[in-house]
Design a protein around this ligand. Sequence first.
Ligand code: WAQ
Ligand code: MG
Length: 254
Amino acid sequence: MLYSVRMRAAQGGAHEQGGRHISGAERLTEEWRTETVVAEMVARAFAHSRGQADFINLTLERVHEEEVMKVPLLPIRAIKVDDMVAGRQAALDRLLVAGVTRAAAYQGMERLIALLDSIRGAILVDASTGERLAESLFPDGIRVSRMDIEDAQQYQDLLTEWGQGNSHLSEALVLASKVAAGPGIMAELCWSDDPEYTAGYVATPTEYCRITHLKSYGSPVGGRVFFVQPGTNLAALTTYLRRQPVLVAVGGKF
Ligand code: WAQ
Ligand code: MG
């Protein structure tokens, strides 16, 4: 039996009361592991480099196996750059290759750069115009949840083989694999909100392109932008992102 376990932590009160977002996490885990997963999440919320949380929301929900969809793990491409400027240029190039227009790629990136502080969820943007979508429904962005890796041991072995042991990458790659399989997603742009973590990525339905510098060291502002094909059914897409249980399979064929 599977449980969806979700955590969001804030400082200065709950998110919905104007608290500052500190951290979040989401897992889809076997029932027998839920206590361990909850303990890990609480520890993470209390010891985050963005600050001390004073509000933590934990949600546990049973998920029926027959609702679970499987999607493939995206392969990783690594791009090493010397600094943030080169990294952002590389990211724009990848977005164009993915079919996002130049205007939308710039505007999407500008929306992340313009954030004064990190918000909880991802910003949806039209991949043709750069216009923000579904903002009134989701002013704090869309929080993707109910996803996990199917086989944690196999995944860990694979990441070790690739020389990529860190938890930022392992979590981001699972999230990006779910997002990339979403109906109407053309690309995702992300960089971390952890001050000491400058890496980010552009993901498309065919690859996760990891870029070593997408923001300056010390900045607590990160975020995600999802570029959406014009004409996409937004209700179907946001429901998929927020609610569809997804297990990401290593090396699967779908
Ligand atoms: N759904 C939607 N948006 C999210 C979610 C989610 N589940 N989790 C985080 N975000 C948004 C939110 O605005 C965060 O402030 C922002 O993304 C960054 O989240 O080495 O660490 O968890 O290849 O800080 C990418 C590079 C690391 C990894 C990403 O993101 C690598 C990272 P963070
Ligand atoms: Mg973070």
